[in-house]
Design a protein around this ligand. Sequence first.
Ligand code: PEP
Ligand code: MG
Length: 589
Amino acid sequence: MKPSKSEQLVLKGISGAPGICIGKAYIVDREGVNIIKRYPISDDMLPKEIDRFKHAVTKAKNDHAHVIESLDEDIGENLTILETHMALFKDKMLYGTTLDTISNEKINAEWALRKVSRKVKALFQQIDDKYLQARVNDIVQVSDKIMAYLVGAQDIKICDINKRVIIVAHDLSPADASQIQLERIKGFVTDRGGKDSHTSIVAKSLNIPAVLGLVQATTAVKNDDILIVDGSTGTMIINPDEDTLFEYEERLARYEAYRAGLLRESHLPAVTQDGVSLNLMANIELVEEVVAAKDYGASDIGLFRTEFLYLDLKRFPTEDELLCKYKELVELMTPNTVTIRTLDINGDKVNPYLTAMEEANPSLGLRAVRFCLENEDIFITQLKAIFRAAAFGNIKLLIPMISCVEEIIQVKQVISKSILQLEQEDKIFNKDIPLGAMIEVPSAVIMADQLADHVDFFSIGTNDLIQYSMAIDRRNRQVAHLYQALSPAVLRMIKMTYDAAKNKGIELVMCGEMAGDPINIPVLVGMGLTNFSMNSVSIPAVKRLIRDLDAEKAKQNLKKIMNFNKAQDILDFILKEYQAILPFGETDE
Ligand code: PEP
Ligand code: MG
């Protein structure tokens, strides 16, 4: 499969983040998944192989001990989990059996470890005992750590890469992606990943081209291969020939000129041809993104994904630490508004130190508000920090993944407790801030008219709404083709939410990636939506389209659009009707 030096190979994946980059490949296989191969070990080499395994275990164990030592605060149950891991490194079932497997089957340590950990995992899963089933996760984590030392993958830390390279990885978590050093890394490609996954959202915010779901990137690419990554079309070219290189250098120059043109207009108002004024806000993951958001022409921060503050930590942040971040953000944005979304952890945004747990379907599991309601102290800490920060500027409070009325009622009870604590502690705070619910679960759409009685605003999270309503895992490339924002089902749900908000007189925002793609804007404006929050890099292109759009015409067209029953028909209609104002695919401009 590997191309010879002169052989060009084109791979198609999923567009993760737009833009083009050309550079040398740097392979980062954090899990070592693809590099585990089975090979025989001769009798005379067996002692060496056994030593290699023992050495990897010792190193992984020492590393783990350092992590435990470095925990400067009580992290409760999670500390117990980490201590359990300590014992598992030398556990007979994992350690002893792997050693036996190497000797008896005369195979390499990686293969033996993988074989044993899979067996142990299967065994535990069969036992009808919740506690023991939960131990599966511990075994997987410990064996992963040993494996990382065996395959030599533990040395690579994304934030330490200091070459101007293109990262090639089997998979990157959103936390990994957020560590990318912009000035060093040109772009990245992964074998795994799906449409609008959080990894792709992070890549867009960083403004680096990314292609996900390439399946065989890590096997087809060698370190230092020349790569072209076209994030806009989801293409990666390995060892391009001269003509291709020349073509892409030209495309890159055109793309940069196009982006520069957009940027020059980014501060113009987002007003349609017929005078409808729209509000374009930015989604951010880190406080550091605020300057870029303003440069791209964002009026407000419409979504602050606070979980990114938690993803790299080994303990939960304190109220004062959170306050410090929120205050900084609010002060940077004053007099404009910052919508702070409470912790949306788990799902694909996991921190193994904070929320170690084994869930068969993490996206359907203890994620977001469900996690917060189960862990009230963590929730209260965050809420108190938000109310305290609200004394310094305009904050809106947004709750993710609300799926029923009971949940928002429970949230309000926790809010009351938080306020009471702040009063008792005599803290300076502002409790009079708008409360919003994310509408991103189909049940919330259906109950939107009732939910509207309990909140001040809705924010439609189309990334999850599409995932949950179409039953598509956002991270799964196999089903990415079904992930269509313009599906009639999705449009009907948006319309239902819009109608519920309008009838109850509450504000409506859309903050999913759908709002950041110009092609969707005529439909959304036609429906009557006026508040959009998006990845800030998307703002200039959306703004340009809005400035060319006639809202009244969009309203008329919506009637036709809502009569189509296939996403492709809707897409074709939009492409035809708005061809004069739609960007042709950013690279072709
Ligand atoms: C969404 O689901 O659309 C959303 C904005 O939230 P996130 O992408 O963080 O899940
Ligand atoms: Mg969401």
